[in-house]
Design a protein around this ligand. Structure first.
Ligand SMILES: Cc1ncc(COP(=O)(O)O)c(C=O)c1O
Length: 395
């Protein structure tokens, strides 16, 4: 018999997967060019030239040992370069020892959660959230506790946050810029969260970690600034990856940065490295550690994402949809014109539009559009969105 836990999770529908399967059906009937698939956050960009150059160099040059096992934390020189890069951006003083190279942000999140959680301990997740968090927390015996935002906003409801913390609360996950909303938590919001955590830590004589999941930090528009979580929360980890910033999602490369001021620093780092090893990742992909070290200042063409955001956003608003303009990522998270976002997404199928209901991200009443598709696809989809808007009597 298989694990009950896993088979139960399989039954908890993954909306993205369900919509992908709907899409397959529609593509067979109408042809791929007639179906507008906005479900997957899979970047359609190619990695920047510097990434390809570095890879080429890696293959052409003889680098003995590059295919071997290494320190489970990753190459020392790569970790130092990642630390220097963070220091340059934040003014902090991290060194190679504060960095653990991981198999993407997904690997990094699992390593952190494995390192900190005892069975039954709770992790606060701010909705809307990346749906996989629920499974990652469950992987390590934890229990997710969802905190919804203030009405009509994506700012966390601080009263709800206060009331959700108890003696079992071990961590809080922040994801900014946020998947699915593209929202960025500003410094004031982060400082108010910090105040709540400090008060609750004092009340319960406990320590609550902050895990900042940051794969979209380079995908920001209009000069939006992302405050450094490491500067605001002492007991914090940053989890980052190059899946989106360098369009390397298939290569599984990322890192954890540990706050130098975290409690029990040495034991914390040792635990992370141990979990990276024993979860079976062993170490992050060897060649791609070297590649990203050559390309830390690079990024994909952000302007082209901005062009798509503006095209999609401006048109949706003109059709009468309501949406908070995203400051980053490649997602839009408009309000569903009807309360039942699942029904709305089903209705959109009649125009061959594939969307994901907000319910899948812990916030019903919304839907997600992943606009990391070609401008041509966006343009051809617009009449479908307009027709859908008319069906609901939007302007
Ligand atoms: C918010 C968020 N966190 C983590 C991940 C996982 O990223 P990675 O490919 O680096 O594992 C994703 C991927 O879409 C994401 O959107």
């Amino acid at each position: 018999m298989l694990s009950e836990n896993v088979t139960n999770n399989l039954k908890r529908a993954s909306w993205i997967r369900a919509m992908f399967e709907e899409g397959e059906k529609l593509r067979k009937i109408h042809g791929a060019d007639k179906v507008f698939d906005f479900t997957l956050g899979n970047p359609d960009h190619e990695p920047p030239k510097a990434v390809k150059e570095s890879l080429k160099k890696m293959v052409v040059e003889d680098r003995p040992g590059i295919h071997r096992y290494m320190n489970n934390a990753g190459y020392e020189d790569v970790r130092q370069k990642v630390a220097d890069h963070i220091n340059k951006e934040t003014g902090l003083s991290l060194s190679s020892k504060h960095i653990v190279m991981t198999c993407g942000a997904a690997g990094g999140l699992n390593v952190v959660l494995k390192s900190i959680l005892n069975p039954g301990e709770e992790v606060i997740v701010l909705s809307p959230f990346f749906a996989e968090y629920i499974f990652y927390i469950g992987n390590h015996g934890g229990k997710p506790v969802i905190v919804t935002p203030e009405k009509g906003s994506f700012k966390p409801d601080l009263n709800l946050l206060k009331n959700s913390i108890n003696e079992k609360t071990k961590a809080l996950i922040i994801n900014s810029p946020n998947n699915p909303s593209g929202y960025i938590y500003d410094e004031e919001t982060l400082r108010s969260i910090s105040k709540v955590l400090n008060e609750k830590e004092a009340e319960y004589n406990s320590s609550i970690y902050v895990i900042s999941d940051e794969p979209y930090t380079k995908l920001v528009y209009d000069n939006a600034k992302i405050p450094s979580v490491l500067k605001i929360f002492k007991n914090s980890f940053v989890v980052n990856s190059f899946s989106k910033s360098l369009a390397l999602s298939g290569e599984r490369i990322g890192y954890i940065a540990v706050n130098p001021e975290i409690a029990d620093l040495e034991l914390t780092i040792e635990s992370l490295v141990f979990c990276n090893r024993t979860l079976g990742y062993v170490n992050a992909p060897s060649m791609f550690q070297k590649v990203i070290a050559d390309a830390l200042d690079e990024e994909v063409d952000i302007e082209s994402y901005k062009k798509r955001r503006d095209l999609m956003y401006d048109n949706l608003i003109s059709f009468g949809f309501k949406c908070i303009k995203p400051q980053g990522t490649f997602y839009l998270f408009p309000e569903s014109p009807i309360e039942d976002d699942v029904q709305f997404v089903k209705d959109a199928l009649k125009y061959n539009l594939l969307l994901v209901p907000g319910t899948g991200f812990g916030l019903p009443g919304y839907f997600r559009i992943a606009y990391c598709v070609s401008v041509d696809t966006i343009q051809r989809s617009l009449p479908a969105f307009e027709a859908l808007a008319k069906d609901y009597g939007l302007k």
